[in-house]
Design a protein around this ligand. Sequence first.
Ligand code: 1GP
Length: 240
Amino acid sequence: MKNILEHIKTSKEKGQKLLAILLDPDKLLIENIEKTINKINRRKVDFIFVGGSTVSEGITELFVKKIKELTQIPIVLFPGDFEQITDNADALLFLSLLSGRNPEYLIGQQIKSVKKLQKSSLEIIPTGYILIDGGVETSVEKVSNTTPILQSNIEEITATAIAGEYLGKQLIYLEAGSGATVPTDAKIISSVANSIQVPLIVGGGIRTKKQLQITFENGADLVVIGTAFEENNSVLTSII
Ligand code: 1GP
């Protein structure tokens, strides 16, 4: 599928909620991909996100190629660094870590990715990425060497999202971090959702049907689930 951004925007307009499963090439063994994708194929999953904070060079390419052979579900790269970019996917979340003050993740990695992207047919989606305290130190925090915004600071989180929209980001991603013990609070989600026009992605620490419902009801347009699916593939049966 091309025009993934268009699909997300149209779904938002229609009030149709979207779900993405995040697969981390660093955690999922290549020999287990087939079994995993077969499970995803049987459920109503809109996107497969692929990425991780630390993935060895070349692995994402093999990983995505294998997934592509097994599914029609669009694959969206959610890379921790520019080395994870591969043309085998459908789209790329072109992330800028707006909550942080580390230039490497605001613009450095993006510049390093240009050579690859100029030769690629990936749909590039400018995305404002906002890291929120999820109760534990997550890999994004460690790798990016940035401090997440406290959940109590709703004003700053909301202002960051609005600034992201002013900067031209087409999506805003509220991230509590993979494996967060505290997912993004409902008040934060609704404050941000009510303040921006672009679609809102929320992920990090969502493990139950109730949390998923709260996240959608408060204004998330697309929810990303990683850990809960990794730990127990049947989570999809219970939450969708
Ligand atoms: C991480 O938002 C995603 O980037 C998913 O988080 O692994 O906690 O579901 P979980």
